[in-house]
Structure formats: structure tokens, C-alpha cells
Design a protein around this ligand. Structure first.
Ligand SMILES: [Zn+2]
Length: 287
């Protein structure tokens, strides 16, 4: 008896400890696994969303002064009607032009209905030490800026998919921090920052200009002499105003008086003189 009573507890105790240990270990494993899955889902979820579909417009950010070039992409601050773009971007996808494969490099269409081929890598050259632009058009960019005689300065040009993704995720997070539910935040963010794959900046042919006298990108550029000068002169260098005010339903992007796109001189002259967007021009030409 004595032996038994002494032996039994002695034997049982370690068993209980082992069992308890196993349980704790299992619980820790479960918690860790859940945390990892949640983390992966969050990361992957963002990535997936941001590469799916999209738009581009303005934003509600604080003005940014990006002349130094360390930040290749000021997110456009704003003023305008993101509502315009919302309406424009959410309806009638069926009517939007889908560009056939094999488009010429300068006429590639990238918008929320025509995603960039992820393998596409434009030849890049450096502009003003900090910006990258398609090397086949960089001389035209230089010529346009020179001709402007100080009216415009490049503030954003080529963006990698990663940079675009970071901009988008940052915008989503800032909205979530304001208490907006994630699904709505993702939708709203896409109105301010194009999701990766849908931004022309990834093509190396789009450029945002800061206008003289401004340190941020504003729709009020519309009322400046610089804007009128740009409308009159950009096509001579092969550039177009890419997101006009009255064509947001076609471009899927709100009015951006600062965003210009290189398409080549001939195409630019025709688009600017006839008031056509790139979408309309390509559809008409079947390009
Ligand atoms: Zn832009």
C-alpha cells in the first residue's frame, strides 16, 4: 500500500505534466498557425486586390513637395470630384475598349480594363537624376520641359509595380485607420491611387508635372496659364492630357490636369486637336 500510494502519485504526476505540456504546446501551435494564416491572408489579400482591377485618380492627401526626387511618387492631392470617377469607374465595364495584344509601345493602353502585362519592362533612362522614363521618349520629355520655360517640373514618372502597390496599400491603411471598413477602404483607395497593374506610370510613358507656383498636384491647375500652355503645346512633343475632365467615364479616372502621357507626335496631335482620349483614339483606329 505504502509503496503503491507513493509510487502511483509519483508516476502519475509526470504523466499529468506531460499531458498539460502537450496541451499547452498544441494551444501555442494553434495560436501561432492562426496568426500566420491571418498575416498571410492580410498580405496576400492586399496584393491580390491591388493587382486585380482599377483606377487612378486624385486623393485626399496632404500636399507634397517632391522636387528632390527621393519620393518618386507624390500621391496627387486633390480637390476634385472623386465622385465623378467613382461613377465613371464602376459602371458599364462592358463598353470599355479592350486593346488587342501587340500594340505599339507608345500606344499601349493601360487602364482599369486593360492591365499591364506583368512581364513588360520598358527600356528606362534617367531624367533629372531621380526619375525614370522610357528611353525612347525621354528626349521628348526633356524638350517639353525645356520649352515650358519653367512652367512645369516633373514630380513623378515611371513607377514599379511595388511602388504602386505600396502607394495603394498605404492609402487603404490610412482609410482603415480613419475607421472605414476594409472593403470600403479598398474601393475608396482605388479612386485615389491606381491599383498596381492599372497605372500608366508603370509603363514609363506617364508623367505628373508640378505647375509653376504650386507644390502639390491640384485640379485647380485647370485655371492656370500653364495649363492652357500645356494644352496648346504638349502634342508638339508627343504628349497628351490623359485624363480630361469631361471623359472620366471613358478613362475611368478623374480629371487630372497634371498627368500627361507620351503617345508620339502624330497620335498626340490628332488626339489633342480632336479632343479624343487614348481609349477613343485606339478604338477608332482599331489599334
Ligand atoms: Zn500620374
Amino acid at each position: 500500500m505504502k509503496n503503491n500510494t507513493e509510487n502511483t502519485p509519483q508516476k502519475r504526476k509526470p504523466k499529468k505534466r506531460i499531458k498539460a505540456g502537450c496541451l499547452i504546446f498544441a494551444a501555442v501551435l494553434l495560436i501561432t498557425a492562426t496568426a500566420i494564416i491571418a498575416l498571410l491572408f492580410r498580405l496576400f489579400g492586399d496584393y491580390y486586390l491591388s493587382t486585380s482591377d482599377v483606377s487612378q485618380p486624385p486623393s485626399t492627401k496632404s500636399p507634397n513637395t517632391t522636387l528632390t526626387g527621393s519620393n518618386p511618387n507624390p500621391t496627387p492631392p486633390q480637390s476634385g470630384s472623386s465622385s465623378e470617377s467613382t461613377t465613371g469607374t464602376t459602371k458599364a465595364n462592358a463598353n470599355h475598349y479592350i486593346q488587342p495584344a501587340g500594340a505599339e509601345w507608345n500606344l499601349k493602353l493601360i487602364n482599369k480594363w486593360n492591365l499591364i502585362d506583368t512581364s513588360y519592362q520598358p527600356p528606362l533612362a534617367t531624367y533629372a537624376g531621380s526619375y525614370k522614363f522610357d528611353s525612347r521618349a525621354i528626349d521628348k520629355l526633356r524638350a517639353l520641359v525645356n520649352a515650358s520655360n519653367g512652367r512645369i517640373r516633373v514630380t513623378s514618372a515611371y513607377r514599379t509595380a511595388d511602388v504602386q502597390n505600396n502607394l495603394y496599400v498605404k492609402e487603404v491603411n490610412s482609410l482603415i485607420n480613419k475607421g472605414i471598413p476594409r472593403s470600403k477602404a479598398e474601393e475608396e483607395a482605388a479612386e485615389a491611387v491606381a491599383r498596381p497593374g492599372t497605372s500608366e506610370h508603370q509603363l514609363g510613358l506617364a508623367v505628373d508635372f508640378l505647375f509653376k507656383g504650386y507644390s502639390s498636384l491640384l485640379t485647380e491647375y485647370e485655371n492656370t496659364e500653364t495649363y492652357r500652355w500645356m494644352l496648346d503645346n504638349c502634342a508638339k512633343y508627343g504628349f497628351i492630357l490623359r485624363y480630361p475632365k469631361d471623359k472620366t467615364d471613358i478613362t475611368g479616372v478623374m480629371f487630372e490636369p497634371w498627368h500627361f502621357r507620351y503617345v508620339g507626335e502624330q497620335a498626340a496631335q490628332e488626339m489633342m486637336s480632336r479632343g479624343l482620349t487614348l481609349e477613343e483614339y485606339l478604338q477608332e483606329k482599331g489599334k
